[in-house]
Design a protein. Structure first.
Length: 285
C-alpha cells in the first residue's frame, strides 16, 4: 500500500515527507554557509579576512546591546507618557516620537555626535565652573569642569545616538501594547482601590510587555543591522573594519563576503530566537 502511494505521488519520499513542503530557503542558506566556512578554512585570504573582521563583531554586539538597552528604557517611559492623561507628558513624548522618527538615523547619529554633544560638554563644564564658585575645591565639580569633548568616545556617542533614535520606535511598540489591554482591566483595578500607577505596574504592564516581546525582538535585530551606521563616526565595528580591509588589501570579494556572512549569521540566530519566543507566547496564552 505504501509503495503504491509513493508511485502515485512522486512528491513523497520514504517516510511520507513532501518535497514541496521542504524549507528550501533553509537548505540554500545552509549550503551557502557551508561554502563560506569551507573558503575560510581552505583559503588563506578568506581566513585572514575572517580573523580580522571577527574583531568588529564584538564591537557591533556591544553597540547593539547597550544602545538597545537605552532605547528600551526611553521607549518604555515615552510609551507610558503617550498613553498618559497628563497633557504635558503626552505632548513632550509625542513631540519626541514624531521628530525622531522623521529624521534619518544616519543624520541623527551625525547630529548628536557632532552638534549636540559639544553643546552638552559646554553645559557640563559650565556647571562645574559654577559649582566651584559655590563650593571651592569640590572634587565632583572639579571633575565636571575638566570634562572634555574627548571624555566620551565615538563608540559611546554612537550608542547614545542609536539608543535615542530607537527609543522613539520602542515608544510606539509599548504604546500599542498598553492600548491593546482592555480598559475594563484598568477600571477593575481602580475599583479595587489601586491608583493609576499601581494598576499600570501590576495589571497592565505585565500583560503588555508579554505581548510586545516579539516586536521588541524584531527591533533588536533591526538595531543590530543599523549599528553598521556607526561607521560614519569611524567606529571600528564590523562594517568599518570591512571597509578598512577592502581599502588596505583590495580584496573586495573576500571582505564583503565575510562581512555579509557574519551579519547574516547574527541576524539568523536572533531571528530564530524571536520565532521561538513568538511560538512560546502563543502556546502559553
Amino acid at each position: 500500500m505504501e509503495s503504491s502511494t509513493s508511485l502515485s505521488n512522486p512528491s513523497l519520499i520514504p517516510g511520507g515527507w513532501k518535497i514541496s513542503k521542504w524549507p528550501w530557503w533553509v537548505v540554500v542558506l545552509i549550503l551557502v554557509g557551508l561554502g563560506v566556512v569551507y573558503l575560510i578554512l581552505a583559503s588563506p585570504n578568506y581566513n585572514a579576512s575572517f580573523l580580522y573582521l571577527l574583531q568588529g563583531v564584538y564591537t557591533t554586539l556591544r553597540i547593539t546591546v547597550f544602545s538597545y538597552l537605552i532605547a528600551t528604557i526611553i521607549g518604555l517611559l515615552a510609551g507610558l507618557a503617550r498613553v498618559s492623561k497628563n497633557v504635558v507628558l503626552f505632548n513632550i513624548s509625542t513631540l519626541y516620537v514624531e521628530v525622531i522618527r522623521g529624521i534619518p538615523l544616519v543624520v541623527l547619529l551625525l547630529y548628536i555626535a557632532f552638534a549636540l554633544f559639544p553643546i552638552f560638554v559646554d553645559m557640563v563644564k559650565g556647571l562645574g565652573g559654577w559649582g566651584l564658585g559655590v563650593i571651592p575645591g569640590s572634587g565632583f565639580f572639579l571633575a565636571l569642569s575638566n570634562f572634555s569633548i574627548r571624555s566620551v568616545s565615538m563608540e559611546g556617542r554612537a550608542i547614545i545616538a542609536l539608543g535615542f533614535g530607537y527609543g522613539a520606535y520602542e515608544a510606539e511598540v509599548f504604546r500599542a501594547g498598553i492600548q491593546s489591554i482592555g480598559k475594563g482591566q484598568t477600571e477593575a483595578a481602580r475599583s479595587l482601590g489601586m491608583t493609576y500607577m499601581q494598576a499600570m505596574r501590576f495589571i497592565i504592564l505585565p500583560q503588555a510587555i508579554r505581548r510586545v516581546l516579539p516586536p521588541l525582538g524584531n527591533d533588536f535585530i533591526a538595531c543590530l543591522k543599523d549599528s553598521s551606521l556607526a561607521t560614519v563616526l569611524a567606529v571600528n565595528e564590523l562594517t568599518q573594519l570591512g571597509r578598512m580591509l577592502r581599502a588596505s588589501t583590495f580584496r573586495v570579494l573576500e571582505a564583503f563576503n565575510i562581512m555579509a556572512f557574519l551579519y547574516l549569521s547574527m541576524t539568523l540566530l536572533l531571528s530564530g530566537a524571536v520565532h521561538w519566543l513568538e511560538r512560546k507566547m502563543k502556546i502559553e496564552e
